[in-house]
Design a binder for this molecule. Structure first.
Ligand code: SF4
Length: 188
């Protein structure tokens, strides 16, 4: 049935409207630990101008962010910090894994480096490269925006789909210093 709408009236679904708002106001939480972080900084600088895509408001408080960008290798010691920041970010939230190291451990095939952050937190977009160029990160943000618009719901039903429910390992807590000392010296 055709509707005779008055001028300047647009009909849409609430899901579509919420997704449109969310995708155009992504606030990144930078988790830059190595060389990829330099490319992340370049992405936010004037030459590449991330503001064109509404995602330039980098915040260093997880409670104000909804897009985690992990740029660089993550060592096991740093993992609890990464997971805690991720947990402190409010839903809905998304994650981009930037570069070979964050996605797979890269050339650091060793016990001390996390062999892919998706073993511990959910990842929405992977950016290949060592390091990826800013244009690649921008493309990942655009792809993520398309995904948010396509799948997003106002109450976050897309986050409870089976395909998004990966088995994520629990928070890794480091032993506190006194435990280390007593392990080395049982007399302590
Ligand atoms: S992917 Fe390459 S550029 Fe990025 S952190 Fe690893 S070694 Fe550095």
């Amino acid at each position: 049935m055709a509707l005779d709408l008055p001028e300047n009236i647009v009909l849409s679904k609430l899901d579509t409207l919420a997704s449109w708002c969310r995708k155009n106001s992504l606030w990144p939480m930078p988790f830059a630990t190595a060389c990829c972080g330099i490319e992340l900084m370049a992405t936010g600088a004037s030459k590449h101008d991330l503001a064109r895509f509404g995602a330039e408001v980098f915040r260093f408080s997880p409670r104000q962010c909804d897009l985690m960008i992990v740029a660089g290798r993550v060592v096991m010691k740093m993992l609890p910090v990464l997971q805690r920041i991720w947990q402190q970010m409010h839903e809905p939230k998304w994650c981009i894994s930037m570069g070979a190291c964050a996605s797979t451990g890269g050339v650091f095939d060793t016990y001390s480096v996390v062999q892919g952050i998706d073993r511990f937190i959910p990842v929405d977009m992977y950016v290949p490269g060592c390091p990826p160029r800013p244009e690649q990160l921008i493309q990942a943000i655009i792809d993520l925006q398309d995904k948010i618009q396509r799948e997003g719901t106002v109450d976050g039903r897309e986050f409870s789909l089976a395909s998004r429910q990966q088995t994520i390992r629990a928070l890794v807590e480091l032993p506190i210093q006194s435990q280390w000392d007593s392990a080395r010296n049982p007399m302590m």
